[in-house]
Write a protein that binds this ligand. Structure first.
Ligand code: MEV
Length: 447
């Protein structure tokens, strides 16, 4: 078999990378080359910006940028940009937004904004000795990092605390410096990592020179320094509530009460059963990721943190909960969200900057409230469908549209197929057969 390994790829021109790629890994090199090029942005300057976000870039991968309007959050109305490839996510968010806009809107409150960083190190000595010199070490860490923290302090942030953790019962000689940070409107990853690396040097110097430690304990080995994406104290809560009877149309209160009870039970199941909880939380992240991506924040960090938080008591559970008390339905989501509204790609990516403009240039805290509300809306829409019509009802229309588009259906054929499949099972073969029959029989009347 031909060896397709390559050396020095990153240094090649974009055109050379494309040629090599398409000639070696696609069936029709010219067509593949042309297709990948066709997704380049017409504005060369903008394309260079996009290329610069990553490495070995040969094209752009487009995803739909949709809008969920009518999001009333803490009394303010937002049109929320959402980037997702999954059909029906934006429609579901929009429907939940409109529904709750008529019932008092979403409420959302930031409960904390602490970000975390860690220096993991090995130290061979008596734990009490290290504990005793820690206050001096902390002073030194802060002093040595002052040149990095000065600007953040002017903005109201900086190092909040530094702790020394002894992990030697789990791994001999293992210790950790764990620091809490306030990074204001930035996500703060660069800031935190720079401070941690400064800590690393200070720690080594301090231990080496510490007169209060016995000579044989003046050595430390730093293993690594990095921010933690688990930020349980960077937390936001979003909730909706209304009298149970207001959940349905006037005159259909009994139906509304039954729906509310089934809804509460569905959320309860996701608290009890991890298999359901993962799918339930995936529904929340459908909304969260879509807006996080539209702001060019790090959705992998947000995902990792949310799932760790969902398992914080040792079992993976629903991030949302629902109560019905004294006739009031309340549905709440608590989720850690370490987001930035400045820095990173938020300005560099033109559409991320546009998203933030559309959202009214929110602070990081306001962005947390918006994202949490979108996650809750998405969760509400999914669970409501599940306990009423079933999820396929809404999904199937989108699925049908995708199949019809794939099969090149005309507008008239699409309308006919939608009417035909309103009460029938949608599958690729069913739709293909239907279209074939339609095309073979009478001419489709123009709409
Ligand atoms: C599909 O992307 C998301 C749902 O499965 C979420 C849920 O089951 O709650 C519909």
């Amino acid at each position: 078999m031909q060896d397709k390994k390559v050396a020095g790829f990153s240094k090649w021109s974009k055109a050379d990378k494309l040629r090599w790629l398409t000639q070696n890994f696609t069936a029709q090199a010219d067509a593949a080359d042309a297709e990948l090029r066709s997704f380049w942005h017409a504005d060369e300057r903008l394309q260079r910006t996009l290329d610069s976000f990553s490495e070995n870039t040969v094209s752009n991968f487009h995803l739909p940028y949709g809008i969920a309007p009518n999001f009333v959050i803490n009394g303010r109305t937002y049109a929320v940009p959402m980037v997702t490839e999954e059909s029906s996510v934006v429609a579901a968010a929009s429907s939940a937004a409109k529904y709750w806009a008529e019932r008092g809107g979403f409420h959302s409150k930031v409960l904390g904004t602490v970000k975390l960083g860690q220096v993991h190190f090995l130290w061979h000595g008596c734990p009490e000795h290290l504990q005793r010199v820690f206050p001096l070490l902390e002073q030194r860490l802060r002093q040595d990092a002052a040149y990095l923290t000065a600007n953040m302090e002017k903005r109201g942030g900086g190092i909040l605390y530094i702790e020394l953790l002894n992990l030697s019962s789990q791994e001999p000689s293992l210790y950790q410096l764990r620091a809490g940070f306030e990074t204001c409107d930035s996500m703060g990853a660069n800031f935190i990592n720079s401070v941690l690396e400064a800590f690393e040097t200070s720690l080594e110097n301090f231990i080496q020179q510490c007169p209060d430690l016995p000579a044989n304990e003046r050595k430390v080995e730093v293993i690594m320094s990095i921010l933690s994406n688990y930020t349980p104290s960077c937390l936001v809560s979003a909730w909706v509530e209304c009298p149970v009877d207001h959940l349905g149309e006037p005159g259909r209160e009994t139906e509304a009460r039954a729906m509310a009870e089934r809804f509460r039970m569905a959320v309860r199941i996701a608290q009890i059963d991890p298999y359901r909880a993962v799918t339930h939380n995936k529904g929340i992240m459908n909304g969260v990721d879509a807006i996080v991506l539209a702001t060019a924040n790090d959705f992998r960090a947000i995902e990792a943190c949310a799932h760790a938080y969902a398992a914080r008591d040792g079992q993976y559970r629903s991030l949302s909960r629902c109560t019905i008390e004294q006739g009031v339905f309340r549905f709440q989501l608590d989720i850690p969200l370490a987001l930035g509204a400045v820095g990173g790609l938020t300005k560099l990516h033109p559409l991320a900057a546009r998203t933030l403009e559309i959202l009214g240039h929110p602070s990081a805290s306001e962005l947390m409230t918006i994202v949490a509300a979108v996650g809750l809306a998405q969760n509400f829409a999914a669970v409501r469908s599940l306990v009423t019509t079933g999820i396929q009802h809404g999904h199937m229309r989108m699925h049908l549209m995708n199949i019809l588009q794939h099969l090149g259906a005309t507008e008239a054929e699409t309308a006919a197929a939608c009417a035909w499949f309103a009460d029938k099972v949608v599958s690729f073969s069913n739709v293909r057969d239907y279209l074939q029959q339609l095309r073979q029989s009478v001419a489709v009347p123009k709409l």
